[in-house]
Design a binder for this molecule. Sequence first.
Ligand code: MSP
Length: 647
Amino acid sequence: MEKGKFYITTPIYYPSDKLHIGHTYCTVATDAIARYKRMCGYDVMFLTGTDEHGQKIEEKAEAAGLSPKEFVDKIVEGPGGITDLWKLMNISNDRFIRTTDDYHVKAVQRIFKKMYDKGDIYKGAYKGMYCTPCESFWTESQLKDGKCPDCGREVHYAEEEAYFFRLSKYAKPVQELLESGTFLEPASRVNEMINNFIKPGLEDLCVSRTSFSWGIPVDFDPGHVVYVWVDALFNYCTALGFMNDKYDDYDKYWPADVHIVGKEIVRFHSIIWPAMLMSMEMPLPKKVYGHGWLVIDGGKMSKSKGNVVDPYKLADMFGVDALRFFLLRTFPFGSDGNFSNELLISTINTDLANDLGNLVSRTTAMVEKYFGGTLPEDREAAELDSELIELAKVSREKYEQQMDKLQLHLALEEVFKLIQRANKYIDETAPWQLAKDESKKARLASVLYNLLECLRISLIMLRPFIPESCGKAFAQIGADEKSVSWDSSCVFGTLPANVSVRKGETLFPRLDMEKALADLEKLNAPAKPQFDPIEPDVSIEDFSKCDMRVCKVLSCEAVKKSKKLLKFMLDDGTGTPRQILSGIHEFYEPEQLVGKTVVAILNLPNRKMMGQDSCGMLISAVHEHDGKEELHLLMLDDNIPAGFRLC
Ligand code: MSP
C-alpha cells in the first residue's frame, strides 16, 4: 500500500577530485534510507548530483589545460568518475542533477532575479577575508587563528562589487525554525548553529562574484556570477522542475522530507537555505540531518594529507555490500567515526561472515542434510520457540523506530540481536541430536523452519543495506518475492510449511586478518610511476612546424586571484618581451624563476587566462604519480642565448 511521498537528497558533490570513502559514506547512508522507505511503501524520490561551478573548479581546469566543462565532464561522467562510483556502490538514486545542466542554470537565474525584484538581493561592495577552496567570505571574528573556520586553510583579503542576500532579515524566523521541532538533527547541531552563527549576528550574505567567470551568470548584470552555494542549494528544487520545464514533480515532492548532509555544510542547509526559501515564499524542507565525518586517526581525510581511502579499491577487495554494511553498521550516523582497515575487516568477519553468513549456511545445510532440501509439513512446537518468535517481532518494531529516526547503526543492532539469538537457538535445540531420532523429525522441522523465518525477517531488514547479498540469501532460504515484502516481515510463519532451500555460494567468506591487511597495504602502496604510452609518429615536417625557443625569464609574478597561475615576461630573442601564463605556482615561487633560461613554444594561438593574454607555452616535464602531479620546468644552461631554436 502506498504511504505517500518521500523526498530525500544527498549533497551534490564537487567534481574537483576523485571521491573518497567519506563521500561514499554519505551517499550509501542516504541510499539505505531511500531503499528502506521504498520498501515501506513510500513513493520515493532520491536525488543526488554534482555541484560544478566555482573558482576552485575553474583553477583546477586551468591547471589541467581544459575548459571547466571539459574538466568536470571527465570527473562526473568519465571512467571511474562520480556516476560510475554510484553505479558500483549500487546507489538507487531516481534522479541525478548537474548544476551545469541548462534547465538548472536558467532556473537559478530566474530565482536570483525574483529575490532581487523582491528587494531581498541588493547590490553593494564586499570587503573581507576570503577562503578560495571553500569559496566563502569570512569576517575577522569568524576566522579561527586567522584561518578559515571551515577548512583551516589560509584566507586572503578580497574586495569586490557584489550582490548581497538579506540574510539578517531572516535571522529571527530561522532561529525559531531551528528551535522548534526537529528541523535540524541531531539536536546537538542546533545549539552549534545558534551559538556560533545566529547569536553573534547574521550578516547579509554575499551572493555574487566578479573575480572569476565559472558560474551561473547574473543575467541582468554581466560580469557577476551567482555565488556557488545559491546555485547549489536550489538544485533540490530545480531537479523537480521548479522554475523550469525539464521536470514536473515539484508540486508532488517538494518540500523535501530530509536533506542528508555532512556536518561542515549544516550551516548552509539550516540557516542560509531556509532563509532563501522564506524569501522565495516556498515551503521549507521538513528536516536537515547533519551526519558526522569519517576520519583517520582523528583527522579529516584529504588529498593533501595523502590519507584518502579509495572506495573502488575497498569494494574490489571486500565486495560492495560488505563495504556498504561496514560504513553504516560501525559508525553512529550523527557522530564522527574513525576509519581503520582493522575495523573494516573485523566487522566483516564478526557480523557478516560469522553471524549472518553462518546462520544462512548452517540452516540451509541442515535442511538439505536432514530433509533433502524440502521441509515436511508436520510440526512440533516447544516452549523454547516462543522467545525467538517474540524477539523476531520486537526486532522488526525496534528496527522500524530506529530507521525512522535515521539511527541506522542502531537499526542494524536490532537485526544482529535477532541473528545472534537465532545462532544461539541452534546450539540450544541441537538439531544434529534431533536428527538422530526418527520420532523427533517434526520437532526438527519446526526448529529449522523457525530459523528460516528468523533469517527471512532479518534479511528483509538488511535489504536496504546489502541489497545484492539479500537477494542471493532469499533465494537460498526459499523466499519468493511475496515473502520478502516489508509487510510480511511482521508475520512470523510466512514461508510455506514445505519450503525448499537451495544451498548457494558463501555470502561473506571469512577473511584472514593478517593477509587482508597485507593485501590492503599492497593495494594502497604508491603505484609505480606509470609510463605514458609513446604518441603515434609525426612527420619531421610536422614536428618542425612547432617553434620552440630558448627564452630568458625577465620577470615573473603570481596572477591575482589565481592560486595556480604565474605570469612570465620573457626575452624570446625578438627584442619585444613576450607574456606567457603558466599554471605552475604550486611547484615554483616566482622569485625562483627570474633570470632562468627556459624553453617556450612560441607559435601556439594566443589564449586568455583569468582575463590576461598568454602568447605561447612554457615546456615542463609533467608526471602524474599516485594521483599527485609532479612538475619540473625545463631549464637550460644559462650560456645559451635567448631566441635559439630547438630542433
Ligand atoms: N558541493 C557541496 C554540497 C552542496 S549541497 C547543495 C559539498 N560537496 S563535497 O563534495 O565537498 O561534499 C559532499 C558531501 O560529502 C558533504 O556532505 C560532506 O560532508 C561529505 N563528506 C566529505 N568528506 C567526508 C568525510 N570524510 N566523511 C563523511 N562525509 C564527508 O560539500
